[in-house]
Write a protein that binds this ligand. Sequence first.
Ligand code: AMP
Ligand code: FE
Ligand code: FE
Ligand code: ZN
Length: 275
Amino acid sequence: MIDLHAHTRRSDGTDTPRELMERARDAGLTVLGLTDHDTCAGWEEAAEAVRDTGVALVRGMELTCRHAGRTVHLLGYLFNPDHPAIGAHMDRLIAARHLRIVNMAEALIADGLIAPTDLDLDSPALGRPHIADALVRAGQVADRPEAFATYIHPTSRYHRPLPAPSLAETITTIHDAGGAAVWAHPRAKRHGQHSFDAIREGLSFGLDGLEIDHRDNSSADREKLETLAQAYGVLKTGASDYHGSGKPNELGENCTSEEVLGALTERTELEVIYP
Ligand code: AMP
Ligand code: FE
Ligand code: FE
Ligand code: ZN
């Protein structure tokens, strides 16, 4: 079983990279893709756990970008993290994430909804889940989903947008750094749902694949996405998007075939780390 999309505490998951690898083993996975938001900070610790757990590691990242007026999450796989283009790209994203979350936190503190001690801003890739956790600690909401439906919803006065580079530019950056680019959960509604026209345009920018088997794509959407993937000759992946206890997604609930992983690695600079 190959699951190519999962998060750790280095972004907005709740496990350490080693814990994630152990859970991947317990879930019966043979290959895990580590794809924290906008950071490679978990790669080294996860790689160190490959031998102990027997789980192979695909080093990846879920890059935030913009397309057709909405957010896109783009999975970048097996690129060289030392390539200057991707380094500068990550630095910009991480700085924007930090500034945005500090702004949101300040507004909530000013209105007495959270205290500075409720905040844990340790993660290199800060996002709304970190504000959600502070709201839980402060007793304002029961869990992350409730926070997302209220205080940190895009319509809330405490919400701030996250500026991000374009999809086209981000695909080019991943390719320049020797990686493969896959549009994550293309029909998810969390950031406003993308039209199939917008997805077709993304395909014309040179995507390597679409993450079709994902709980946020309905079965009707998956059928249409498969037709598109065939028409454009791109790969079809599937994955859980596991976030630890921060989301209900379970490791291995959707998977990618060995053939697709093989085709993916044929075009990338880095290789899968096998035990
Ligand atoms: P941000 O990128 O800061 O806007 O936050 C979006 C992140 O929050 C995504 O990576 C999701 O993993 C997470 N997220 C979105 N909606 C929810 C929800 N209802 N419950 C838990 N986590 C969520
Ligand atoms: Fe996330
Ligand atoms: Fe995502
Ligand atoms: Zn994700």
